[in-house]
Design a protein around this ligand. Structure first.
Ligand SMILES: Cc1ncc(COP(=O)(O)O)c(C=O)c1O
Length: 354
């Protein structure tokens, strides 16, 4: 069998999959529903035309890295840019994890961490979040990390798919006491009031991962960045493929960084819409919606989530059935869309629960 050439730990893993559904209202991937504004697209095309497509991108990606360093207020050596934050997770884990090493994941969370760690042969220890409110049990994380001498603890805050932002005090306890490298995925940071950047300057064992896919409306262009101490950034950079950011993605990211006010306004509006959507979901007696610090909301239903999903997609509204995640047997996740999209979603749910 040709697959005998593949590492056994890889063959055992379930792939990261997403079934493609066509829908008028797409609320399944936590994208920015307003999109990259047309006038900024014009500026993007102007800048892109002026670039020489026949030439490789800059070897060290100096221009975008410097611009990001300025944006986050850190020296340039603390920043590593990549082809989406997913790529940077892969690079980071490939220089830190291997067979015999342990990674701790509070779950439910973003499934890619487990997949990448598994491919590398690391042992993944999943610790359930508190059932009632999906809070982090920092004491348990520390105890397990210490017992197993974990190399990495991976925290997603605000967490996907729960929407919970972990209190800074809990995160600090883990950074101080776990003995591990604490990786914090801040993909949804802009929708919360959190910013863990100051922790980087206090503690050497912190890594932050950020993305242009959510608040910056660039999921299709794949731009992410990692922030860490320079000595760690240099090691992770060894595993990142050269030229991972192409001219298109880099140009779009530079345009976005020159127009942050536009994206701030979108994020403000999305926060308002999140509140309205939360209120509308909470108004159904049958549903339990959880407060979210991200651009999506988790809710539980008395009916099988698969049935709710099918009812909605049959009426043009695509949600995410997350009932296969630990603790979430009754749950679906809905991204915050435009006012009209959210209303369509509420209308189709009313047919079931109204
Ligand atoms: C928690 C989390 N991290 C990272 C990503 C993906 O980021 P990127 O598009 O930068 O690879 C997602 C996308 O859904 C996410 O939910």
């Amino acid at each position: 069998m040709v697959t005998s050439f593949v590492k056994p730990q890889v063959r055992q893993l379930a792939p990261y999959t997403l079934r493609p559904f066509r829908s008028e209202v797409k609320l399944d991937q936590n994208e920015n529903p307003f999109g990259f504004p047309p006038e900024l697209k014009e500026e993007f095309w102007r800048r892109l035309r002026a670039r020489d497509w026949a030439r490789y991108p800059e070897f060290q990606m100096e221009t975008i890295t410097q611009r990001l360093a300025q944006y986050v207020g850190l020296p340039v050596e603390w920043v590593l840019v990549g082809n989406g934050s997913n790529e940077l997770f892969q690079s980071l884990f490939s220089v830190t994890l291997e067979r015999g090493r342990v990674v701790i994941l509070p779950v439910p969370t973003f499934t890619l961490y487990k997949l990448i760690a598994g491919i590398l042969g690391a042992e993944v220890i999943e610790l359930p979040l508190r059932r009632e409110d999906f809070a982090l049990d920092a004491e348990r994380v520390n105890a397990e990390a210490q017992t197993h001498r974990a190399t990495v603890v991976c925290l997603c805050s605000p967490n996907n798919p729960t929407g919970v932002a972990y209190p800074e005090s809990d995160v600090r306890r883990i950074i101080e006491e776990s003995g591990a490298l604490v990786v914090i995925d801040e993909a949804y940071r802009e929708f919360s009031h959190q910013d863990f950047r100051p922790l980087l300057e206090i503690y050497p064992n912190v890594v932050l991962l950020r993305t242009f896919s959510k608040a910056m409306a660039m999921a299709g262009l794949r731009v992410g960045y990692l922030l860490a101490r320079p000595e760690l950034v240099r090691e992770v950079a060894k595993a990142r493929l050269p030229y991972s950011l192409n001219h298109f993605s880099e140009t779009a990211a530079l345009v976005a960084l020159d127009h942050l006010d536009v994206f701030h306004a979108q994020v403000q509006r999305l926060r308002q819409l999140r509140e309205e959507l939360f209120m509308a979901l909470s108004a159904f007696n049958a549903l339990s919606a959880y407060r979210s610090q991200a651009n999506f909301i988790l809710f539980e239903t008395p009916r099988p989530p698969g049935e709710v999903f099918t009812h909605c997609i049959d009426r043009g509204v695509l949600l995410r059935d997350v009932s296969h995640y630990p603790l979430l047997e009754r749950a679906l996740r809905v991204s915050v869309g435009t006012a009209e999209e959210n209303q369509r979603c509420i209308n189709v749910l009313r047919e079931l629960f109204g």
